[in-house]
Design a protein around this ligand. Sequence first.
Ligand code: GUN
Length: 280
Amino acid sequence: MAKIIDGKKISADIKEEIRVEVSALKEQGREVTLAVVLVGEDPASQVYVRNKKKACEFVGIRSLSYELPASTTQEELLLLVEKLNRDDSVNGILVQLPLPGHIDEDEVIRAIDPKKDVDGFHPMSVGALSIGQPGYVSCTPAGIIQLLKRSDIELDGKNCVIIGRSNIVGKPMAMLMLRENATVTVTHSHTKNLKEITREADILIVAIGKTKFITADYVKEGAVVVDVGMDRDENGKLCGDVDFDSVEKVAQAITPVPGGVGPMTIAMLMKNCLTSLELK
Ligand code: GUN
């Protein structure tokens, strides 16, 4: 039976560490402020934004909330981002994605001051990560590194296979794993012989958005399996891209859904808000 990697516990530990740091900063008269921008009424985004604001409250980071109607124009949103860029009291800017279809997401991300890009989505942040320079790292992959390190899982020299090549997870994950001296393979929907490749993985990171797609026959005995999926099973129950029940029988360690990668994303966002003070 695999060891279950407890993302809820690890994220709570990280948030507690941040709470202590923020409180020490406050005593020096320094405050951290995150501006959270939500456009439209996507229910999932509303939940994410609410949870981000709750985490801010817990760690003592001030959050400013901008909830704009779905009819907001590109220009109006860009004006708000520019205003927040200029505001010295704002350390981090987060524009919740996805944005309504009439808005050019890339242009909005590019408009955010890279020094305030706590999501790590700006091309400057992505570029800095890929050449090993300081900058913000996308929260989910950064959280996965913390999950593994805090579970005493060795990364150096390990064979890491990533399924999924998104800008938010797959690509930055590959860069972070390289930084940890893992040997990295990125697979995706056009990959041939996927199973042969995943069966070579010491560490398998799954971010494909297909319910319970990875079954035990994709996994090497003793591998570490990280499930980034957030899906619903046939009964509407939350589950991941990994078939937990079969894979936990062959894996050495596995992250559950819920309670694995999910809680880490917000903890790392809080950490990025602290990093904003160093990058200011
Ligand atoms: N939508 C889904 N995940 C994220 C995230 O990490 N940041 C932002 N801004 N939007 C998201």
